[in-house]
Write a protein that binds this ligand. Structure first.
Ligand code: ARG
Length: 461
């Protein structure tokens, strides 16, 4: 019987059961975290005289040498030992002899696996915050050179009012800023230490959890051992923030796909971020934003998957919880891959300023401004809205835009019109007139960019 838990068994495990229950194929990603956790645990066992100091030292050396082998990729894990925890313990015992069997004193795989996951997410969350920040920098780079670039602003994907292209891009900056804040806040809860909870009820040994927490860099210790081994909220939280980040990436990607189409031609993605068609030689496809949009789906799946795993589980640990890992790894890897591509793709895209500007000569997105014009001349907004609606209808019927109408034509609709009407109709004027805080005027956009830079600077300090 070579299983670490083989004592009470009289038969070999069915091969299919062994394969079905094993997690080593995926939880080997936690090898380093598992060893870090064990190192802290064993040093505490020695310091608290729970095992002799020299045994703790021998185990520590053994673990460090396994860690080195893992880092060099020299270890082949085996399905026979089910998961990363038992694989490493088995390696340790094989390497240093029976004294290795003292490592698991006062500990269970239940508090061990929870600790590994906390350590893993702690590192990954910090890394992802940095990657989100890289995307923010690339948005800022484009925004700063496009403050005066005008683009139609849309609602219902219908032309609404012209805006600064920088203003449009900066909307995403703030979405990502909130995402970073969420990740940062979630770290508070990732920073709880489960180790020392034992299987579910604590341990009979005089352990020192504070010492372990200090060594592993945890700020809080789970005050309830049953909660410690069965809490997966911190993973749900990460998956939910991850899904939201991908939602933001997906919305931006959708815009990039639309803007780079033949119909819009507002931007061109760099050749190095596009692919061709195997049959149509003229094609340059925006595969990257399309895939970013699509990969959002799997992160929603990972979130719903884990919520569903947890919803009916009684306390404390249940094997169901082993299913928390693959979705978590997948969301981490999806975020890493997506954010790493998004930043350079935004930075290298070409903004076709003239085409954007030309588009504005052929729409009615200055209509609100004539309404506002009549309002400043004393007409109630509702009446002004009605008058301009009629003017727009008249223009469409006569194949004209608002700048093409003569003063005579305007005055047929309202005697309040004077020749200054033409000044306020240019898209440049329409944009710069929206000078309220958070608005799209060049002045406000510059202020916004200043604030964004300060925000990045302060937070990266
Ligand atoms: N591989 C297991 C998991 O990921 C480790 C914990 C196993 N605990 C147990 N009592 N079977 O959840």
């Amino acid at each position: 019987m070579s299983k670490l838990w083989g004592g009470r068994f009289t038969k070999e495990t069915n091969k299919l059961v062994e394969e079905f229950t094993a997690s080593i194929s995926f939880d080997q990603k936690l090898a380093i975290e598992d060893i870090e956790g064990s190192l802290a645990h064993v040093q505490m066992l020695g310091a608290c005289n729970i095992i002799p100091l020299e045994d703790a030292e021998t185990i520590k050396e053994g673990l460090l040498s396994i860690k080195e082998q893992v880092e060099k990729g020299e270890i082949e894990f085996s399905i026979e030992h089910e998961d990363i925890h038992m694989n490493i313990e088995k390696l340790l015992i094989d390497n240093i002899g029976p004294v290795g069997g003292k490592l698991h004193t006062g500990r269970s795989r239940n508090d061990q696996v929870a600790t590994d996951m906390h350590l893993y997410l702690k590192n990954k969350t910090k890394e992802i915050i940095q990657l989100v920040q890289d995307v923010q920098h690339s948005i800022l780079t484009q925004a700063k050179v496009n403050i005066d670039t005008l683009i139609p602003g849309y609602t219902h994907l219908q032309r609404a009012q012209p805006v600064s292209f920088a203003h449009h891009l900066m909307a995403y900056f703030w979405m990502f800023e909130r995402d970073k804040e969420r990740l940062q806040d979630s770290l508070k809860r990732v920073n709880w230490l489960p180790l020392g909870a034992g299987a579910l009820a604590g341990t009979t040994f005089p352990i020192d959890r504070a010492k372990v927490a200090k060594q592993l860099g945890f700020e809080t210790i789970y005050p309830n051992s049953m909660d410690a081994v069965s809490d997966r909220d911190f993973i749900v939280e990460f998956l939910s923030i991850g899904a939201l980040i991908m939602t933001h990436i997906s919305r931006l990607s959708e815009e990039l796909v639309i803007w780079s189409s033949q119909e819009f031609q507002f931007i061109e993605l760099d050749d190095s971020f596009c692919t061709g068609s195997s049959i149509m030689p003229q094609k340059k496809n925006p595969d990257v934003p399309e895939l970013l949009r699509a990969k959002t789906g799997r992160t929603y799946g990972n979130l719903i998957g884990l919520l569903t795993v947890l919803k009916g589980l009684p306390l404390a640990y249940n094997k169901d919880m082993q299913e928390d890992k693959e979705g978590m790894f997948d969301t981490v890897e999806t975020l890493e891959g997506s954010l790493q591509l998004l930043a350079p793709m935004i930075e290298t895209m070409t903004v076709k300023k003239e085409i954007m500007r030309k588009a504005l000569n052929q729409d009615f997105s200055n209509a609100t401004d004539i309404a506002d014009y009549l309002v400043t001349k004393g007409l109630p907004f509702r009446d002004a809205h009605e008058v301009i609606g009629k003017i727009v209808l008249y223009s469409i019927q006569n194949g004209k835009y608002l700048l093409d109408l003569s003063l005579d034509e305007y005055q047929q609709f309202s005697a309040l019109f004077e020749s200054d009407i033409y000044v306020i109709l240019s898209p440049e004027h329409v944009v710069s007139a929206r000078n309220s805080y958070g608005g799209t005027s060049p002045f406000q956009v510059k202020e916004q960019i200043k604030l964004a830079e300060e925000t990045l600077f302060i937070k990266s300090k």
